[in-house]
Design a protein around this ligand. Sequence first.
Ligand code: BES
Ligand code: MG
Ligand code: ZN
Length: 492
Amino acid sequence: MANINKVISSTKSWNSTSCELIIFGIYQDLSMTKVGDEINEHLNKAVTKGINCGGIKGNEGENHLFFSDTKRFLLIGLGDKENYDAETTRKTGGRCVKIALKEKCTSVWIEILHNNNNEDFTRALAEGLVMGSYQFRDYFTDSEKSNDIPIFIEHAEIFNGDETEISRGFASGISVCLARDLGNHPGNVTTPSYLAETAQNIAKKGGMTCTIFDREQFTEMGMGALAGVARGTDEPPKFILLEYFGSDKNEKPVCLVGKGLTFDSGGISIKPAGKMDEMKYDMCGSAVVLGVMNALAELKPEINVVAAIPSTENMSGAKAYKPGDILTAYNGKTIEVLNTDAEGRLILADALSYISKHYEPKYILDFATLTGAVLIALGHIATGIMGTDQSLVSKVKNSSDNTGEKVWEFPLWKEYCEQVKSKIADVKNVGAARQAGTIAGGAFLKAFVGKDIPWVHFDIAGTAWGGDVKPYTQKNSATGAIVRLVLDMLKV
Ligand code: BES
Ligand code: MG
Ligand code: ZN
């Protein structure tokens, strides 16, 4: 959870705030804001002395703690002034809050940390503070024995910040933390029922309609692919629908689809034992969707968004689906299953068909930890994307630039689409052996997206789980990646 419960705009200056920690910044050219200069005077020129002895350089990530009276001051390095941007602000917010937590401060006052009044920076700072405060400690029963007892920052005050941008940043930060929690909880907690409950809570908060279909219902409705994958598990599978109409009902909704595979053992085509535990995060596509819907519930923008989450475990057992089985998806297309571990695309096939049939989507975005191949191609650094509409792809790339969540486009050429054609059914759930695995996933999904609906697929198998650590993420932990990118696309 986030360890910060409030971020507010403060008009109180550094010397009249009651906050325990006061944070100010210095650039590589050693310039500070007016606030910084004043604090330097108050500290008997401690900053100037630090600069003179070479101890303070203003490099990005550098930090110095000073003490005076009952207050603590944190001077934070901001790096090159020319290159200082929203992402640097976000990272700086993350660094600051991690230090505040380590120092066990319960309240923080922070200047905006840049000299030009850019609202994106204000939002980014609030996001960085909230995301950087995230810790996942839910399962320690005796935290007293631990070195870093969890603490809570009551609030952070951003000096002279824009209240609207701060609220938006706070809501998006909290929503990223919600997505991280869903991914970090083990498979015996984040079950399809738990995802359904989370969706219902979001619906209640945001005035949304939430409909949950159980195994019997979605099977009866014709979702043969989701039903096929779910045959091997006793954990009740769900098809979850969330509808948010904040604008005129006649306005086409943006539709979001997320893979909610709460544990992927591979099924009969079983995965190797090593790291199989990590397959609890195979529901992170659904976490992106729920994170976004949570932010909508908080901010109630005037837009229409519909979300669909197919959710089940992928297990082996007497009733489990088998390699060679043929399933019929919601749009009537037949699928030859050649590998039961390529299950994500199967459950998404039904959800994409359902959305295409029952709504008139402005566009569809789907999110899925779909292929190991995307990890080979892009590591944990970038999300693989592909789609049918170049202007929508450009919109995604543009938002990616705004939020710092990197994406890289793969081609969906017809040659790749040929590779998922089956000899005995309409499609098969694998492409050519050991080739272009990520694109094969996208090519398969394309067969289930309604004709002429702009659509982009996000393969987040690499980015949903932390490899390298950013100042606002945690190691070996769910990242909540792509929630902010979608919010940026929706202008929320
Ligand atoms: N959930 C996995 C993909 C995955 C791998 C996510 C690593 C996160 C980290 C997916 O269901 C899967 O097993 N995909 C197979 C597809 C293959 C059998 C065509 C894969 O990538 O190996
Ligand atoms: Mg799998
Ligand atoms: Zn999977």
